[in-house]
Design a protein around this ligand. Structure first.
Ligand code: FAQ
Length: 333
């Protein structure tokens, strides 16, 4: 009688061989990453690496397009034509960033439709910061200064991410974000230097509301960040959440002083021993509440994206019909 054991033998051997081959490929992959090589779309990569990238890049892409909403809210109410033109260009840039990033994620085998479906059904995350409301015009300047400032701090190291398509997308995105940050800071400088007392108070109020959520953009503390360790090992992230948050605080305090605003943190002070600013405790309950869907604007933001998707169906259909027509014409020629 043939036993199970006998029939399992060759399969087992094949499995072992496959494992050895897999292991070799994985070692070669790790070595390339350690040497600072870029991994490209057609290269072999561990499944977990692929999944981690799709998770992070799609979350990043969603953040860019949801991030258009709080600022888009002020396009019709910008105080001058110049500010309106700048804001329009900025919001359009964010849409472009989303598109580069969806394209980068698509090279990993996940379609844009799949990613958007995950966003629209509430399965995918996007940055917590975009669930806060933009109550006054000063919020637009503060988003440029603090939110784009935090985004740049987080994203410059991503230009050296081990996955080539993501790293290359980030180079262009960072250049544009840098302009965004400067225009925000400049608009606040104008209000603080030439504005009325009421305008100065409006800037301070916006800083009070956006400071802590901006610090939360960097993600949970390292000890509570389940993805950081592996992402650092694979060269996806180059600095940890806490390292980036500290760099942001250190860079921003002198900017606040120059601007003449007070950052809303009584514990904020220079620590000569550490050569860094100390800062107060972040309200992680608030962070997780917002990430979990219960921030001030989560429902509104998601509803706006779903509405845009539904109302854009005819555009997608028309674009596809046009592409089919062109392909048929090209074949006939
Ligand atoms: N909000 O283990 P970690 C911008 C999630 S773009 C929501 O530390 P990881 C431009 C995280 O996904 C701003 N969720 O995760 C702009 C994970 O959940 P998961 C966005 C957050 O990936 C400006 C869980 O918590 N930038 O501002 C947040 O290693 C103005 C555990 O966290 C990027 O996305 C958060 N703040 O590190 C546009 C940059 N933090 O996925 C318009 C790329 C963490 O396991 C206007 N992303 N979570 O279910 C990254 O660098 C990383 O993904 C981190 C998180 C640093 C955000």
């Amino acid at each position: 009688m043939y036993t199970q054991a006998m029939s399992i033998g060759p399969q087992d051997q094949a499995a072992k061989l496959q494992t050895a081959e897999e292991q070799q490929r994985e070692e070669a992959f790790e070595a390339r990453v350690a040497e600072g090589d870029f991994i490209e779309a057609k290269d072999w990569m561990p499944e977990h690496y692929r999944k981690t990238l799709v998770r992070q890049i799609s979350q990043h892409a969603h953040s860019e397009i949801v991030g258009m909403l709080p600022e888009g809210n002020w396009i019709t109410r910008a105080p001058t034509l110049k500010r309106k033109a700048i804001l329009l260009a900025k919001v359009q840039d964010e849409g472009g960033h989303g598109l580069y990033l969806y394209s980068a994620a698509e090279t990993l085998g996940t379609s844009r439709d799949q990613m958007l479906d995950a966003l629209h059904t509430g399965k995918a995350k996007y940055s917590s910061i975009f669930n806060y409301p933009t109550l006054t015009w000063a919020d637009i300047g503060v988003i440029g200064w603090l939110v784009d400032g935090a985004a740049i701090m987080n994203q410059v190291p991503l230009c050296r991410c081990s996955y080539g398509p993501y790293a290359r997308a980030m180079i262009r995105i960072c250049r544009e974000e840098s302009f965004h940050q400067r225009q925000g800071y400049e608009s606040l400088l104008v209000m603080m230097r030439e504005g009325t007392d009421a305008q100065k108070a409006m800037v301070q109020d916006a800083v009070n509301r956006w400071w802590w959520p901006s610090l939360m953009m960097f993600g949970p503390a390292d000890k509570d960040s389940p993805n950081s360790e592996q992402s650092m090992r694979w060269g996806i992230k180059r600095l940890t959440n806490d390292e980036l948050r500290q760099k942001f605080v250190d860079a921003t305090v002198p900017q606040a002083e120059l601007l003449g605003v007070t950052l809303p943190d009584a514990a904020l002070q220079w620590n000569a021993e550490r050569d860094h600013y100390d800062f107060g405790a972040i309200d992680w309950n608030e962070f997780w509440r917002v990430v979990g869907g219960n921030g001030p604007c989560n429902t509104e933001r998601l509803a706006a994206r779903v509405k845009a998707w539904d109302e854009g169906e005819w555009v997608r259909e028309a674009a596809l019909a046009h592409a089919r027509k062109r392909a048929t014409a090209a074949q006939a020629a």
